[in-house]
Design a protein around this ligand. Structure first.
Ligand code: C5P
Length: 238
């Protein structure tokens, strides 16, 4: 399949048109940003790790009945996916308090939540991705009520499946971000699932294995991303 012109460039990925209007190619860059783009750098090899890991995870989720945009991994940095219209929301699922939740609500980092929390924010850099609730989403027509119900139930299902997968890899899933898209078949999980979009702590030691290493200048960022990939690969290989 041939990669044609670039359709879109985001902070960590590029999207290219192909000769088939129903498919696009996602290219994973090494660029990393944090704090709404205020901190910028490169994490060497990150694009490759995130492409490989997301491909493995999407294949795993598809096998468990989750509909995703994933078709196949084409190369180290390229993935073939179904073309979708992205719903302009970040869907965040939390199992343990960390990150913005600790800052906004004064909850202690590491507090285990009695039940998972699903949060929504509007994808809009200029506004700093503000929090929105289900009424905003429907009233402002970012998604229909039917789509939103599907998104919420899929997010919780994906949470269960990811907790199970990562726990077999010796990792605790603290929180993560999802994006969904729509095509003729309905709502599909889109974007990526990687250490850029998940908080993962080593179960045994609490060691941070995700993008917080970049956000907080903890060092050895790519080494930790690679370790997450290796661990998950091992789990899925058996
Ligand atoms: O920053 P916050 O604590 O709200 O992030 C919750 C989760 O969502 C984290 O795993 C973070 O990496 C992810 N996230 C993301 N992209 C964003 C915002 C958050 O992947 N724009």
């Amino acid at each position: 399949i041939e990669k044609k012109e670039m359709l879109y460039e985001g902070k960590a990925k590029q999207v290219y048109v192909t000769e088939d209007a129903s498919k696009v190619i996602v290219y994973f860059k090494d660029d990393a940003t944090a704090f709404n783009g205020k901190k910028k750098s490169q994490i060497e090899g990150k694009g490759k790790v995130n492409n490989h890991l997301s491909s493995l995870i999407y294949t795993y989720l598809e096998g468990k009945g989750v509909k995703t945009h994933f078709i196949q991994r084409l190369s180290d940095r390229e993935m073939l996916v179904k073309a979708v219209t992205i719903i302009p929301l970040e869907i965040i699922v939390r199992n343990v308090a960390a990150g913005s939740m600790t800052r906004q609500l004064g909850v202690k980092e590491g507090t285990v939540l009695k039940k998972p929390i699903v949060e929504y924010s509007l994808k809009k850099d200029e506004l700093g991705d503000p929090f929105v609730n289900e009424d905003h989403i429907i009233a402002l027509e970012w998604a229909t009520e039917e789509e939103l119900n599907k998104i919420r139930s899929e997010a919780l299902t994906i949470n269960k499946l990811l907790i199970e997968l990562f726990s077999k890899a010796g990792l605790k899933l603290i929180d993560f971000k999802l994006e969904f898209g729509v095509n003729k078949d309905g709502v599909l999980l889109a974007d990526e699932i990687s250490p850029d979009t998940c908080r993962l702590w080593e179960t045994r030691t609490g060691r941070v294995m995700d993008k917080d290493r970049f956000r907080k200048d903890m060092g050895q960022v790519s080494e930790h991303y690679e370790e997450v990939l290796e661990r998950v690969s091992k789990v899925l290989a058996v």
